[in-house]
Design a protein around this ligand. Structure first.
Ligand SMILES: Nc1ncnc2c1ncn2[C@@H]1O[C@H](COP(=O)(O)OP(=O)(O)OP(=O)(O)O)[C@@H](O)[C@H]1O
Length: 261
């Protein structure tokens, strides 16, 4: 049962170090963060500041050295259907067709075959892959491959969707189209997903898509700044808000440039 009074994601005092015994190196520390229902939050920061590490911990793909991660008030102890992720590199299974890639996570959940089929077909329609169900990933463009990445992640109906630079391997037109379509689905409340966390190097993308932007800085990385964008999402494409969006983007870019990593 969903409790909208509880944050979708609650991270408390998370630290992650890599290495063994005396040789450990802290990568991120002191990370405390709440993401609420209906929120889209971006994490920006220089290369190597630990953004992907944080995302992988939230996804249950890495465990924190200390601290806690709760999704829907339940501890994240490993990969779980409440949280799924879209990767920059698509991370598709080349030996499976488009349908097979999307069905994979549903089968892993142990859903009945008819339900797997229904959800796969629905996702193929929703994410703009109609006509490609039996195609192989290698036959498709980057934009179409990433559609499979989104369809696979969304098919399990995660409460929280994590996006690790999902548009940065695409050409600008495919990236723009996919961003717009994702935002349309989000605005229409077509998705069961309650919150998104986006890691990106594209400051303007973060400002256009997100409610809040967090900056990760320092070595080890910590979350140092929390900006509320404050422009209603439906006004962000209008000419009137362009100067403000550019100003916010410039300010954030300067802030990142002057921070240490
Ligand atoms: N499994 C690992 N073992 C050892 N070090 C690691 C491991 N994973 C990440 N690191 C180190 O942690 C640091 C942060 O990496 P991470 O990929 O989280 O940064 P990032 O901010 O996402 O960078 P980018 O923007 O370039 O993707 C890097 O110095 C990286 O080498």
């Amino acid at each position: 049962m969903m409790n909208i009074l509880q944050p979708v994601l609650a991270i408390k005092n998370v630290e992650k170090s890599f290495g063994r015994q005396q040789q450990t190196l802290p990568i991120i520390q002191n990370i405390t963060l709440h993401v609420d229902h209906n929120e889209i939050v971006a994490v920006l920061g220089k290369s190597g500041s630990g953004k992907s590490t944080l995302l992988r911990i939230i996804a249950g793909l890495e465990s924190p050295t200390s601290g806690s991660v709760l999704c829907n008030s339940l501890p994240v102890k490993g990969p779980c259907p409440d949280v799924s992720m879209v990767f920059q590199s698509f991370a598709l299974f080349p030996w499976l067709t488009v349908s097979g890639n999307i069905a994979f996570g549903l089968e892993a959940l142990g859903l009945p075959e008819s339900e797997v089929k229904r959800r796969t077909v629905d996702m193929i329609d929703l994410i703009g892959l109609s006509g490609y169900a039996n195609a192989w990933p290698r036959e498709l463009s980057g934009g179409m491959k990433q559609r499979i990445g989104f369809a696979r992640a969304l098919a399990v109906e995660p409460t929280l969707l994590l996006l690790d630079e999902p548009f940065s391997a695409l050409d600008i037109y495919s990236a723009r189209k996919l961003r717009q379509e994702l935002m349309h689905l989000w605005q229409q409340k077509t998705l069961k997903t309650q919150a998104l966390v986006l890691v990106t190097h594209n400051v303007e993308e973060a400002v256009m898509l997100c409610d809040r932007v967090l900056l990760m800085t320092g070595n080890p990385g910590t979350l140092t700044d929390n900006f509320h964008i404050g422009i209603p999402r439906e006004q962000r494409n209008s000419d009137n808000t362009q100067p403000l969006i550019e100003l916010i983007s410039r300010t954030l870019t300067q802030k990142i440039a002057t921070t240490s990593h």
